[in-house]
Each structure stands twice: as C-alpha cells, then as structure tokens.
Design a protein around this ligand. Structure first.
Ligand code: ZN
Length: 177
C-alpha cells in the first residue's frame, strides 16, 4: 500500500483581484469540494509554513478557511466554514502579521483583543470559538480574507502602498526570471 502525500496548491500573491473579492457562502453541496481539497490546503499551509490559510488564497471562491496554531507542536487543524465574528472586545491588541499571499512582508496590525467566532464544521454543525491572543488575531486575519480584506488594508495608505508596490515589482521579476 502506498500513501501519497498531498501536493501543495499554488498560492495567489497580492496584488490579485481574486484576493480582493468577497467569497460566496458555503452551501451543503460545497462540503464535498471542501473535503476533497482540504488535504492539499493543509499541505500548502504546513509547507509554507503558515498558521492559517483562506480559500481565496488558493483561488477558491468559497467562505471557508483553515487555522492551525499547533498548540502542542502537533497538527490540530480547525476548518472554519461560513465563519462570522459574533462579538469583539473593545480592548485592542497590536501584533505583527504576515500573510502567505504577501511573503516576506510583515507589519503591526491593531485589532480587537478578543473575539467570539461562530462557524460550521465539515458536517455542517454550528460551532463557537472564544479566542484571545494569537488565535484571535489569526481568526480575524482569515475572516478578513473571506471578505476580500488583506492585513495591509489595516495599515496607513503610505505603508500599504509601499508593500503592494514591492509585491508588484517582485511579481514582475518572478514572471521574467
Ligand atoms: Zn493572509
């Protein structure tokens, strides 16, 4: 018997209009699509390595994302289908963020410190996560992706344009090289 390792998927890099579009809600019929692509999405996230990956980053127009902070240094992925932020704290926290769609670029982003997120699991059952710290940041970052928002959209126009200009330049260089 052979076990094949799932192959990572190509990542969309900013600037790309597909990263700026709001995703379509996941319907019951889409769950099979998600189940079949999930091993490759996880492989993509772990290979990067990253702690979260949203469907639009691999060119899928569906409202779902995966997160894995590997709390015990072992894989513990969460699949968030149709996630929404139900509550956010008034207190904010600032944390350095990066993104697999903007490799090599990092910036401090201020967001609510705690959030309550409701979502569906792969079987369509409603779930709730209450999070603070890194998980709260990660949840908000991934849910932003599903609404066509990148972490650079939380920065000043000056910082955002600086990063996006560099990304566009790197992208052109990659095409030529
Ligand atoms: Zn991201």
């Amino acid at each position: 018997m052979t076990t094949s390792t799932p192959e990572p998927l190509p990542l969309l890099l900013a600037p790309d209009p597909r990263l700026k579009a709001k995703t379509r809600p996941v319907a019951a019929k889409d769950r099979e699509t998600i189940r079949s692509i999930l091993p490759r999405m996880l492989a993509t996230m772990y290979a990067a390595p990253g702690i979260g990956l949203a469907a639009p980053q691999v060119g899928l127009d569906l409202r779902f994302a995966i997160i894995d902070l590997q709390p015990d240094e072992k894989p513990a992925p969460i699949t968030l289908i149709n996630p929404t932020i139900e509550k956010k704290s008034r207190e904010e926290a600032t944390r350095e963020e990066g993104c697999l769609s903007l490799p090599g670029h990092y910036a401090e982003v201020t967001r609510p410190e705690r959030v309550v997120v409701v979502y569906e699991d792969l079987d369509g059952r409603p779930q709730t996560i209450e999070a603070d710290g890194l998980l709260a940041t990660c949840l908000q970052h991934e849910i932003d992706h599903l609404d066509g928002i990148l972490f650079v959209d939380h920065l000043s126009a000056l910082k955002r344009n600086m990063i996006l200009r560099k990304m566009a330049k790197e992208k052109r260089a990659r095409k030529v090289g």
